[in-house]
Design a protein around this ligand. Sequence first.
Ligand code: ADP
Length: 235
Amino acid sequence: GKGGVGKSTVAVNLALALREMGARVGLMDADVYGPSLPLLTGVTGRPQTREKRILPHQGYGLKLMSMGFFVDDSSPVIWRGPMVHGLIRQFLTDVEWGELDYLVVDMPPGTGDAALTLTQQAPLAGAVIVTTANDLSLVDARKGLAMFQKVEVPVLGIVENMSYFVPPDLPDRKYWIFGKGGGARVAKELGVDFLGEVPIDARVVEGGDIGKPILAYAPDSPPAIALREIAEKLV
Ligand code: ADP
């Protein structure tokens, strides 16, 4: 989907939810231009290599790989298409992932080089589209969906993020900030499953800024509960 809708946040927390269920999980950040995994997990530093294999970092019980481990975040990353292709391929083939039950891949926005490479290089079990309920994000969600359908990757469903706000002092109220039901409507229209709504919550941002995904930072918060339910549906 579109930039800023919460793809990375959803990817990290879905990986964590799968881990909580007892699975062996890897998390690969395929956004080579704007990697966010180091910030979201607090894990940094150049990975070690052994016999020409790259050893993934460990964090929250997950195996992690991101371009952000190789570049410092002050320098802009400029990659041409073929380089992106090479990097993604290396992340798939040269990283010592070991035996995994799931490899969750956080995709960059849009339908660019990284997405195409990935679909060509790996037998993807399925794609999850993340969107907010507003029209502009839904346009991108539709495009993402069409791309995966074109390359015959099953679309497992749509997650609507930042769906509604529950005021802490009025826990029974829900405010639908971007309008109600956009994600569900698009899912229905396109014939894919709707996986659920994740509420907007300041703790997601707070945790994200200090390297603590919401499942670890506030495990009983409404967004954490929603993300766990989505992971269960995915499984
Ligand atoms: P993307 O990967 O799609 O660019 P991010 O996961 O980086 O999006 O999220 C963008 C911003 O929105 C981050 O600051 C993140 O903390 C925040 N965010 C994501 N999901 C939520 C949510 N459910 N509630 C509040 N803030 C959120």
